[in-house]
Design a protein around this ligand. Structure first.
Ligand code: PEP
Ligand code: MN
Length: 364
């Protein structure tokens, strides 16, 4: 990997952009020029072979598009990235000096394909990005990462592009942030990017998802950009013009990177300590509350009273919601919290009350 690419790989935030699909030489080159002009894009992406869900959809221009990317790179200096799904595509990409390869969501989910790609990458020094598989199966994603790492490839990154869902959703591929965050946690130090385009499937929600990713300390973004999005041959609804991309990137509140000896780090640690102490106190209080629930259970058992007294429960709920709202908590949160505490309380009382009527206990 040359020095320029190595610097780009380490840049934060790392921004990859370009059309979903390469369509014509003119389109690829003009997009690259406009993306270069906005001054915030580090890598030019374009799909050459498109794995499509249904036949008869545009399946990519194929190898003829590779020289267009090379030309775009020569003109703008932007390194290029494409999706590859088999050994032949890897070989063609390498022959045309593509700088970064990515494994698409449909391919990551297929260990045979990932292994085929890994086999042809042995001994090759090229960065590889791995998108999450279509379904939220962490093991598959980890498996793909391991197969690529085992080839000796040193520069591996991950792209979170959301997960397929059946039925209606606001997203094309719901992000399921917790799944991605777990992948990030398990792989510290590995480049972790977000792809809001394929998560949203539409332009108007890109900023919200991109901001969320940056707030979660992702290392950068891959966003699709097209000169005339509505006329794009694939993924028309989710693409933005280079100028719209510029606006979007300017609208993101970028979070600063904190280093070990940064004073911000110390301040943050201090506040986190306070949170830890409060959490500890809360758990202690909850345990105390459950002890009293046990006592109430004893009392109810001795006096033969039912566990659930509806009036009492309504009173607790009403009082907590009122107090919560006056202190700035959302009513939904208070109700969820009180419900969880109540369930645990009933469980405790249940244990106490039914101990004596347990036939095994009676036989003793
Ligand atoms: C793409 O990046 O254009 C693409 C096909 O993405 P994914 O594999 O995430 O669907
Ligand atoms: Mn796309």
């Amino acid at each position: 990997m040359n020095e320029n690419l190595s610097n780009i790989w380490q840049k934060r935030p790392l921004i990859i952009s370009g059309p979903c699909s390469a369509e014509t030489a003119e389109q690829v080159i003009q997009t690259a020029i406009q993306l270069k002009e906005i001054g915030k894009v580090d890598v030019l992406r374009a799909g050459i072979w498109k794995p499509r869900t249904r036949p008869n959809m545009f399946e990519g221009v194929g190898s003829i598009g590779l020289p267009w990317l090379l030309e775009a790179k020569k003109i703008t200096g932007l390194p290029t990235a494409i999706e590859i799904a088999n050994a032949k595509q890897v070989e063609e990409a390498l022959r045309h000096e593509v700088d970064i390869l990515w494994i698409g969501a449909r391919t990551t989910g297929n260990p045979f394909s990932v292994q085929e790609i890994a086999d042809v990458l042995k001994g090759v020094d090229i960065p590889v990005l791995i998108k999450n598989p279509l379904h939220p199966d962490l093991e598959l994603w980890i498996g793909a990462l391991e197969r690529i790492q085992k080839t000796g490839i040193k520069h591996v990154g991950l792209i979170h592009r959301g997960f397929a869902t059946y039925g209606d959703s606001d997203y094309r591929n719901p992000p399921m942030w917790h799944v991605a965050i777990e992948m990030k946690r398990l792989n510290p130090g590995i480049l972790f990017l977000n792809d809001p385009s394929h998560i949203c499937g539409r332009r108007d929600t890109l900023l919200k998802v991109a901001q969320c990713a940056i707030d979660l300390a992702y290392d950068g973004l891959m966003i699709e950009s097209h000169l005339q999005p509505d006329l794009a041959w694939s993924d028309a609804k989710q693409q933005v013009t280079p100028s719209q991309l510029n606006t979007l990137l300017n609208s993101i509140h970028w979070r600063r990177n904190i280093t070990e000896n940064d004073f911000i780090h110390a301040e943050l640690d201090n506040m986190r300590l306070q949170i830890n102490q409060l959490d500890e106190a809360l758990i202690q209080l909850l345990a105390q509350r459950m002890k009293i629930a046990d006592n109430i259970g004893d009392f109810k058992r001795e006096n033969n009273i039912a566990i659930l007294q509806t009036d009492r429960w309504n009173e607790i709920l009403e009082r907590a919601t009122k107090q919560g709202i006056s202190l700035g908590l959302s009513p939904e949160f208070v109700v969820n919290y009180v419900n969880a505490v109540h369930m645990e309380s009933i469980q405790h009382q249940n244990n106490v009350m039914n101990l004596i009527t347990n036939p095994v206990e009676l036989a003793k």
